[in-house]
Design a binder for this molecule. Sequence first.
Ligand code: RUB
Length: 313
Amino acid sequence: MPLIRTADAIRSMEIRGAGRIARAAAGALRDHAEATETADRVAFQKEMNRAAALLRSTRPTAVSLPNAIHIVMRGLEDADSAEDARGIIQRNADAFIRSSKEAVAMIATIGANQIRDGDVILTHCNSEAALACIIGAKQQGKEIEVYATEVRPWNQGLLTIEVLNQHEIPTHYIVDSAVRIFMHEIDCVITGADAVCSDGSVINKIGTSQIALAAHEARTRMVVAAETYKFAPRTLAGHTIPIEERPGSEVLSDEAARKLPYVRVRNPVFDVTPAAYIDGIVTETGLIPPSYAPFIIRDHLGWDLPMIADDTT
Ligand code: RUB
């Protein structure tokens, strides 16, 4: 997909979910490198930096986006020519897209092993990684049931129940505010992540932290499925992840809002779940406790990332 079209699609949430956003950005950088015809290495690099900045500006929270861009652009400064630089981007992008899909497949197996026969699972939003674990458990022959939330205001839950239905997994569809009333029936909560911070806290769709609190109260396991490229290196240096706040019109129509001049809609779309409420994070390298997050950053993203890349979160 061309660069500007991809950036628009990410911004408007036509492409959404941290993994899909990352792969779309990698693909757009590769396609843009192919379409940028200059033979001048410096001009090429400048154009690719501009493309990277445009993609980075689309949505602020999912760290998969700046990390994917960083991984795709890695080594560009060592290129001898524009052609060489183009090749680096193509190879990096293809490798990233391939490894990101392989990571989901690994997470499916590792996450499925966390689910027991007869378990009732609750999931929130529409996470490829979380769904992979649930579908993996079903494919292992386990009898499972799922509670899936609606996810106001974008209703990503509709995407989730469609996938669960396709896999013939018995599912209860509930409004977000019904989570606590059903928590006593849940054996395990599984969500995805937009970012995992160095202290093991997880940033995911708004409402995740309330679900984690309800799970904690009910002594229900809370598991997060996250590829290693969703870990946020700069949080090691004290940076915080910006929480995206989208227009109020996604919650209340402009027409309705006009009649309520004293009302202001707030629409943050992610929240932070502290590590204390998370029992484990399923990555493609295995199930880790949240406290292991700095080691994932060191081993898979590199300590140097926060220092050298101003563009990464
Ligand atoms: C999506 C969301 C998902 C994570 C993980 O939010 O919060 O749980 O991105 O998804 P939005 P995945 O719909 O606002 O992008 O596991 O697919 O990467």
